[in-house]
Design a protein around this ligand. Structure first.
Ligand SMILES: [Zn+2]
Ligand SMILES: [Zn+2]
Ligand SMILES: [Zn+2]
Length: 314
């Protein structure tokens, strides 16, 4: 007839569930249940017997503890994923890793990017969406769609050519990468070869690196900084800002490109006093600004948006 479980949280809940069931079954006397239930809940004299008499011809009560359901048999089977599925999954995971790596770097201010980190409580919704998307991608049949607004595209090129004074081959390589990503073509990491839709762009040499390679490089240089070695001293361009204090736990350093070891430079450029856009309409006199090497590295990354597009054939 129906296997609907009745809630046992409270008598009122239970009565309401039974009422719903009776009306679903279109039992001829279902409209009378309300009165029976009301009396039962008020503990009226003889109400329990009345309720039993009402339900007995219609329903059988089975208690969970009286039903012996055998334990499920669980086994793990590993499935090979297709190249497309692997790319979709890896690209999505790398997208979140990039967020965590970039926002965890030690810039001019400790934790400057923390408010856009997926670990920040303000971004709980985005973080949930991220986990949901990983789940979608794991189910197969999904395709990643990388989008970049023309404004962000131009801005990345302008940062490279005007602020980093990057050679034209670097700007061209960045443009090729941004175009490829938007057409769904993967680019291999220049360090480990992992193909991903989105890679992190090294602004001096144009190398493209996966977040894991950038993270390993930053872990290595953070360890070197901890030891207070010569390397750390050489790259500590902002000792006054750091006040010579030890770095906060979990905060990462990154000194150079993980592929060619070219150092991340500190940037000096003319900037609008009201915003950090390369081209803006504020029309104010530009002032000379210095950017910490790691802040500049985070800013130059193209502002891609990555979405999962599910296909119906799975
Ligand atoms: Zn890599
Ligand atoms: Zn490089
Ligand atoms: Zn401006």
């Amino acid at each position: 007839m129906s296997g609907t479980p009745a809630k046992e949280t409270s008598d009122a809940d239970g009565c309401a569930t039974l009422g719903g069931l009776l009306s679903f079954l279109r039992h001829p006397k279902h409209s009378l249940w309300k009165g029976v239930a009301r009396r039962l809940l008020a503990h009226a004299e003889g109400a329990e017997d009345a309720a039993l008499a009402f339900l007995a011809p219609i329903m059988v009560r089975n208690l969970k503890r009286k039903i012996a359901v055998p334990h499920p048999i669980r086994s793990t089977r590993f499935l090979e994923c297709s190249a497309a599925e692997r790319l979709a999954y890896n690209s999505l995971v790398a997208f979140f890793q990039a967020n965590l790596v970039l926002t965890g770097l030690q810039g001019a201010v400790t934790g400057a990017g923390a408010d856009v980190s997926l670990l920040h409580h303000n971004n709980l919704k985005s973080a949930r969406k991220a986990v949901e998307n990983v789940r979608l991608a794991s189910n197969g049949g999904g395709k990643q769609l990388a989008t970049l607004s023309p404004h962000y595209f131009r801005e990345c090129c302008a940062w490279l050519s005007e602020r980093y004074r990057a050679p034209s081959r670097v700007v061209e390589r960045a443009c090729a990468f941004m175009t490829a990503a938007q057409s769904g073509d993967a680019t291999p990491c220049d360090k480990c070869g992992l193909p991903l839709l989105l890679q992190l762009l090294m602004p001096m040499c144009g190398h493209l690196c996966c977040p894991e390679c950038v993270d390993s490089a930053s872990a290595a240089s953070s360890a070197a900084a901890e030891e207070g070695g010569e390397q750390a001293a050489r790259h500590d361009d902002f000792p006054s800002l750091r006040g010579g204090a030890r770095h906060a736990e979990g905060v990462r350093e990154l000194c150079a490109c993980p592929v060619c070891a070219e150092a991340l430079p500190e940037l000096e450029y003319l900037k609008c006093p009201r915003c950090d856009d390369v081209v803006c309409s504020h029309g104010e006199r530009r002032v000379l600004t210095q950017a910490h090497p790691l802040d500049a590295f985070a800013y130059v990354q193209p502002g891609f948006d990555l979405q999962v597009m599910t296909t119906d054939d799975h």
